[in-house]
Design a protein around this ligand. Sequence first.
Ligand code: COA
Length: 162
Amino acid sequence: MVKAIYPGSFDPMTKGHLDIIQRSSKLFDEVIMAVVGNPGKSPLLPVEKRKELMSAALKDLNGVTVDSFQGLTVDYAKQNNVTILIRGLRAISDFEAELGMAQANKELFPELETIFLMSKAEYSFISSSTVKEIARLGGDVSKFVPPAVNDYLKQHFSRGTK
Ligand code: COA
C-alpha cells in the first residue's frame, strides 16, 4: 500500500489545493493532507479551523484523510509509514524553493520521494494570500475556494475583522 502526504499551510485551502489532492487520490492508496504549523507565517485561520474546512471539502473523496503536525515533514512521514510527498507546482517561480525542499528532505529521509503535480492553468495564479486579500477587501472569492471556505471568509471579514 502506497501512502502519500500532501503537506502545506492551507491557510485557507483553495481550489488549486483541491485539484492537487483530487488528482493525488487517484494515484495513491492513501493520501494525508496535512496542515503544517509554519512558524514563519502569521496564519489567519487556526489549525483546527483549517482542518475542519478541508474535511468539508474532501468529504466525498475516498482514501484521503486530514491531519496536522508540527516539526519536520520527514519525521511525520517516518512515523506514519509515508513514502511519497506531493507538492503542486503552479509556475517556474515555485520551482526553486520546491527543489530545495525536495533535496533537503531527500538528505534527511532518502526513502521519501517528492512527486510534483503541475497545477491546472486555471488555478496557477491562486494562492492563499491572494484569496485572503480579495476577501478582506470585499471581493468575491467563490471561484477560487471550496464553498465552506468561501462561507468562512465572508463571515470572518463581514465581522469587520481585517
Ligand atoms: N494551488 C494553490 N495555491 C498553492 C498551490 C496550489 N496547487 N501550491 C502552493 N500554493 C500556495 C499556497 O496557497 C501558499 O500561499 P501563501 O504563501 O499565500 O500562503 C504558497 O503557495 C505556499 O504553499 P504552502 O503549501 O503553504 O507551502 P509553504 O511554503 O508554506 O510550506 C511545507 C511548505 C509546509 C511543506 C514546508 O514548509 C514543510 O515541510 N514544513 C515543515 C518543516 C520542515 O520539514 N522543514 C524542512 C523542509 S525542507
